[in-house]
Design a protein around this ligand. Sequence first.
Ligand code: FO1
Length: 307
Amino acid sequence: MVVLTGGVGGAKLVLGLAAMLPPGDVTAIVNTGDDFHHLGLSISPDIDTLLYTLAGKANREQGWGRDDESWTFMAALAELGGPSWFRLGDGDLALHVVRTAALAAGATLSAVTVDVARRWGITTQVVPMSDDAVATEVLTAAGTLPFQRYFVERRCEPVATGVVFRGAADARPAPGVVAAITAADTRAVVIAPSNPYLSVDPLLAVPGIRAALSAATAPVVAVSPIVDGRAVKGPTAKLMREFGFAVDERTIADHYAGVIDGLLVDARAPAADFGVASAAVDTLMNDLDDKIRVAHAVLALADGLRR
Ligand code: FO1
């Protein structure tokens, strides 16, 4: 199984799939458009959410960072007049320091990620979409904002008119990405219920990934992030409205038209023609049983599809 994913919502589905399949059978290809440099550190939020979630270290209430976190560094930073808009916990900081040092010494982001996953006993393969820099920027009424400035500092408040993925056109898929998507024994490629505009589109903007999705023999199936006319988390619904779309499953199906063969929607969605094969299940994922239920439904939908 291959999953194209952003942070929290996608990590839940990856966890469900990993729980029902043999170790090593799931490859998560992760958005790196949120990555940025802050205080001299290389920060990869979605990769880290996958790593923390799969290692059982995620801070679930906060939705990012690690659990049992302490904040001595942030307090000391504030005392010195350092920036406080982006919060780095002490344990989280260690990961950024290790990654920054490894990248400075010539390692690739994918190699650093493999190393952390191995140390934490993670058997799911966590692969950045690219080792080349891609930076998501949001075009807003307040000007063009780098992703974290829009998302964290401005809390997604400025009205968005578009999104660009700087560097994506020249970015090469990281080693293993194309092979995983196109492998003859890949059962399905799943687009996680992540934000289509901010988390999945950066992956689709990498030409080699889009080409691999066209060449794949496995069906490509998306899980809709819409539940009962809302997005489960984050600014997905707000962006849909700002871009002039209805907040419904049809908009998701249209967004992925030409890429997907099937769409898994929430059981509360009104019956509709999505232009592709579809199935419905309760897609809210709180506990592990929920995640496994969605994982089963996505596999069942994909197994019924031929390319
Ligand atoms: N999100 C916030 O809303 N506030 C923060 O201070 C913050 C810090 C942070 C530090 C490390 C990290 O890996 C993620 C962090 N996030 C924070 C989440 C980050 O903005 C993610 O990119 C988004 O949640 C989108 O996936």
